[in-house]
Design a protein around this ligand. Sequence first.
Ligand code: 13P
Length: 246
Amino acid sequence: MQRKLVVGNWKMHGSRPANAELLAALLGARPFGADVAVCVPYVYLNETAATLAGSDIRWGAQDVSAHEQGAYTGEVSAAMLAECGCRYVIVGHSERRAYHAESDALVARKAQAALARGVTPVVCVGETLAEREAGETEDVVKRQLSVVIHQLAHCAAEMVVAYEPVWAIGTGRTASPEQAQAVHAVLRAQLQAATGHGAAMKILYGGSVKPDNAATLFAQADIDGGLIGGASLKAADFIAICRAAG
Ligand code: 13P
């Protein structure tokens, strides 16, 4: 079995004192036996980099511009993220798709922009509750992923994929291990067919992962780790989840 990856998505949370406390706790709790990263708000990237430099905990951002540079007020480029030492960037999170009208095509261009600068995109896919209830889960996630696969072409095997059912994000309603595994298996097969490297690629699960459900989720054959929201802000919870992945 491949080494698991746990990524904390802080979303729009944090403050200098809170971040310092959280990162110090993470550093003190190593080793985890799994790869661990935190994706922080842009303004905290440099401080996070300074704190984590030299450790085996990686850091990243939560979004990136599809453009290389130019008159795009408010945007941050992949080159800038690379300069801040980012190993990862989340793209296509359902909150960005929903609140910032990001299309599958835009998400794919963002993933490509990141890879072009050596930053690994964590590409999020996932269905809404209405889509699940209409029996469309497979079609939705396959469509979202296929646009990215097509855009990345021969580099597609370098991305990380995260399955985040929208109805499980921040709701306390987790997909059951069986529900998550079923979708992960579909995604793995799609990645294998497209790249020939499906078995080596990481597919993370996200959506109300907590210390008490992490181990069972991570025990599923096609779940290679987690993308953690709320619980990544609480040191004890995030550490417990990272240990469950080890
Ligand atoms: P929660 O863990 O808070 O449900 O959030 C999941 C998520 O959106 C991670 O990207």
